[in-house]
Design a protein around this ligand. Structure first.
Ligand code: ADP
Ligand code: ZN
Length: 431
């Protein structure tokens, strides 16, 4: 089976746009009627739902930002009475209040439906066994994937993250064929598999992994694919938009399809709010087109990407976005230069001898220190090898970012291990 819902996934461009407009209008009427905060924002922008006659008119509407989610918290943007809500998820919210997102029965069903499309698009089918190593709980990552996989008829192992030894035992004992996991934890699990002398190609049945919840580079994908002998598919989502399954790669792994019958996407210049030219990088803005309990209008994700306008070889008509470059929040500035952690990761993962873990430490605005774990045997060899390696890392980071870093080479196991989203940047700057 190549498609979960062939009709919806291959809808002709024109039909897809008509459906988007119809759903957009319906969503706008709904929030205008039911959500005082939206009504007030629309009135302030002097726009009414009926003013939206074409999809292009969307830019007459005000944006919704993370701050809007805190207005009349927690039910402020909900369009249904409480007895029609069946699930709450929140974002991690390490500081202050988490962002709270509510789902109706229809929303839960629909989020599973979209994941089913995603999984089948990568070749998954009944008979597959999915080890779901994302966190079960308030975070959307595990639950949404779980329900979607069950919908396809896939056997799900609700492993959750952590306890790496047990993860590997589960894979071995139950013949896991696919795993859903963060890239940083996947790197660690892969290294433990090797340390234990397990040959993944011989001893495990793993063939695919779904990696998401944090940015990672093509180099990291390649590294884990080579280590484990599997195919890795990029999976993008955010709590505010159901969680995983908003964007997902197909077999061709050349960008992530966005389900445009469910999400209206725009890419804007984050400073001006104006649309960028087609194919240019900017901030992804999403409007839910098929959500009941808590529709969001022109939601600013703060994720940077670009639309890939060309059609995909897989036949799906829903456009793709490129790998997320990072969140505008993740960017840091050293010596006046904007840097994303992913630029550093990309360099490190392309260097032979670099192991699985790294950290960027900022003590001042003029300097960054990159701490990087390297293969243990390099410490047993000649000191010249270490010096050469350090120089290579410094040079390559300098040419990728324009900033010459300080580099510390560490033995594997020195840096903290992350089981969920990794904290790559330690910013100790106080002003
Ligand atoms: P929080 O906002 O608390 O981290 P979420 O789980 O909602 O909680 O995080 C969603 C964010 O995670 C996205 O906005 C994006 O920045 C990041 N993210 C998720 N999946 C990917 C991915 N495949 N590639 C890059 N970034 C991702
Ligand atoms: Zn495709």
């Amino acid at each position: 089976m190549q498609f979960w819902n062939k009709e919806a996934e291959t809808l002709k461009k024109q039909k897809l746009r008509e459906l988007q407009l119809e759903r957009l209008k319906k969503t706008l009427r709904r929030v205008y009627q039911k959500v005082p905060h939206y009504r007030a924002k629309f009135q302030q922008a002097k726009v009414k739902p009926d003013d939206i006659k074409y999809l292009e008119d969307v830019n007459k509407l005000p944006f919704t930002t993370k701050e809007d989610l805190y207005v009349d918290y927690p039910f402020g943007l909900v369009t249904l009475p409480i007895e029609k809500l069946i699930r709450l998820h929140t974002s991690s919210g390490t500081t202050g209040k988490p962002k709270a997102i509510f789902f109706s029965k229809k929303d839960i069903n629909n989020s599973a439906e979209l994941i089913a499309r995603c999984l089948v698009m990568t070749g998954a089918k009944q008979g597959d066994i999915l080890q779901n190593s994302m966190t079960y709980g308030l975070f959307t990552g595990a639950f949404v994937m779980h329900y979607g996989a069950e919908k396809v008829g896939i056997l799900v192992i609700p492993a959750g993250p952590g306890n790496t030894e047990r993860q590997i035992n589960l894979m071995r004992d139950f013949g896991t064929t696919m795993i859903h996991i963060t890239p940083s934890y996947a790197l660690y699990v892969a290294s433990v598999i090797y340390d234990k002398g397990i040959d993944p190609r011989r001893d495990l049945k793993l063939k695919r992994a779904y990696l998401g919840a944090e940015p990672y580079s093509e180099e990291t994908r390649k590294k884990i694919e080579d280590m484990l002998g599997i195919d890795i598919y990029n999976c993008y989502g955010l709590t505010e938009m159901n969680g995983p399954g908003v964007g997902f790669e197909c077999k061709y792994k050349a960008g992530l399809h966005i389900w445009e019958d469910n999400f209206l996407m725009e890419v804007i210049n984050p400073d001006t709010g104006e649309p960028v030219k087609e194919g240019e990088i900017g901030e992804l803005v999403l409007t839910t087109l098929n959500r009941e309990a808590m529709p969001l209008i022109r939601y600013r994700t703060r994720d940077l990407t670009r639309i890939i306008p060309q059609p995909c070889k897989c036949g799906r008509t829903h456009r793709r976005i490129s790998r997320i470059l990072g969140r505008s929040d993740d960017m840091f500035i050293v010596k006046g230069v904007n840097i994303f952690p992913q630029q550093i990761e990309q360099v490190l993962m392309s260097i032979k001898g670099v192991a699985q873990n790294y950290q960027i430490v900022l003590e001042s605005y003029d300097e960054m220190t990159v701490k990087v774990e390297i293969d243990r045997e390099l410490f047993d060899g000649k000191i010249e090898r270490l010096i050469k390696m350090k120089e290579e890392i410094i040079d390559k980071i300098r040419s990728a970012t324009m900033v010459k870093p300080k580099v510390e080479l560490l033995e594997p196991g020195t840096l903290p291990i992350s089981e969920g989203k990794a904290k790559r940047v330690i910013d100790n700057r106080t002003i």
